[in-house]
Write a protein that binds this ligand. Structure first.
Ligand SMILES: *Cc1c(COP(=O)(O)O)cnc(C)c1O
Length: 375
């Protein structure tokens, strides 16, 4: 008898737990018929702001738009340099290039896989010295759910007046010290893509800030640039979160804290079983990850991945290659060898199944298969 396949993320298991609550929420929207900016959207924004410990939450259509709208509100455009880690999902750099600005790729810290503040400083100095671009913003990414080093980044950003936009698409629910993601940067963007720690049943995203005037601007931009009096005061976009998605998220938010604890337990079991055999997922002191992904380093990654796959165990490679080695972004980067840490890690990284419903037996099966593959 063969063992059942183990998926990377198990949304069906979550649905079995939440089905009555989700269906009641969806049915209420269907009965009321207010599919755009219905009362659930306002209710969700208040609940998310409370959860994150910030004053303002502005929902949008997806995480990429959240990043884009935050940069639009800051007036980022041609001639501007925006510093981004090269080890991230393409959206982080895409929004910069799409607005006509220039992404400047920064290497990562091998102890967190997040933006390396020391390399940010040298990239910033180099950009100032070259003189062709105005340094305007930095987008730290909370990769795999672990918050970036916002204190160190803010210290560098403040010297040059850089706007700090947190790409928290993978880290909603995570914290640094006693502060939750959403409150760690002047503006934070997250995603509710279904497989993110807090996911809806389609696309969704949100922006967080403590600045009420900035929140008004973000709200106007997401809805065609309309201000309170019904006048379009600037050129905006259409990027609203559907009421049906807000309904799903309200149901999921009720158990989100428990799910975060369950993710932490899954990560802890991986750590205990794999310690000494592989390079474990980073766990810097003082931070709590949302564990969007649990990622280890292996010298022989591709062979191990094939072996797991033959046993029905899903795994993923995030991210290879790093962004500066993708054809569409090569013109912004320095080519192979220019960012050695993320280039090395992209060859070794492997993400294992991670979701709140991964039980201890399944975790043991994954670790046993992995340790056998390493023999
Ligand atoms: C998922 C993701 C995004 C984009 O979010 P979407 O909701 O899919 O648009 C942006 N940045 C990072 C790091 C992501 O993981």
């Amino acid at each position: 008898m063969t063992d059942p396949p183990l998926p990377f993320v198990d949304l069906a298991a979550q649905y079995r737990v939440l089905q009555p609550r989700i269906e009641a929420r969806l049915n209420a929207v269907l009965a009321a018929g207010q599919f755009i900016l219905g009362p659930e959207v306002t209710e969700l924004e208040a609940a998310l702001a409370r959860f994150s410990g910030v004053d303002q939450a502005v929902t949008v259509a997806n995480g990429t738009d959240a990043l884009r709208i935050a940069l639009m509100a800051e007036g980022i455009g041609p001639g501007d340099a925006v510093f981004v880690p090269a080890f991230t999902f393409v959206a982080t750099a895409e929004v910069v290039a799409d607005l006509g600005a220039t992404p400047v790729f920064v290497d990562i810290d091998r102890n967190s896989y997040n933006l390396d503040p020391a390399h940010l400083r040298s990239c910033l100095e180099e950009t100032v010295r070259a003189g062709a671009l105005r340094p305007r913003a930095v987008i730290p990414v909370d990769l795999f759910g672990l918050p970036a080093d916002y204190a160190a980044i803010a210290a560098i950003a403040d010297e040059q007046g850089l706007f700090v936009l947190a790409d928290a698409a993978q880290s909603y629910g995570a914290s640094r010290g006693n502060q939750r993601v959403g409150s760690l940067a002047p503006v934070t963007a997250t995603s509710f893509y279904p497989s993110k720690p807090l996911g809806c049943y389609g696309d969704g995203g949100c922006l967080f800030t403590d600045d009420a005037a900035r929140a008004d601007r973000l709200r106007a931009l997401r809805g065609h640039g309309f201000a309170a009096g019904g006048l379009a005061v600037e050129v905006g976009v259409n990027s609203r979160l559907d009421t049906l998605q807000a309904a799903v998220l309200l149901a999921k938010l009720e158990i989100f804290a428990e799910e975060l604890a369950a993710r932490e337990a899954v990560a802890g079991r991986y750590d205990a079983a794999l310690a000494g055999a592989v390079t474990l997922a980073p766990r810097p002191a003082g931070s709590a990850s949302a564990w969007a992904l649990y990622s280890i380093l292996l010298d022989d990654r591709d062979r191990v991945r094939d072996t797991l796959g033959q046993q029905g165990i899903a795994s993923g490679v995030y991210y290879a290659p790093p962004l500066h080695l993708h054809p569409a972004y090569a013109r912004f980067g320095g080519g192979a060898g220019s960012l050695p840490v993320c280039e090395e890690i992209s060859h070794k990284i492997l993400s294992l199944p991670m979701h709140p419903y991964l039980d201890a037996d399944s975790g043991r099966r994954i670790c046993r298969a992995l340790l056998e593959a390493l023999q």
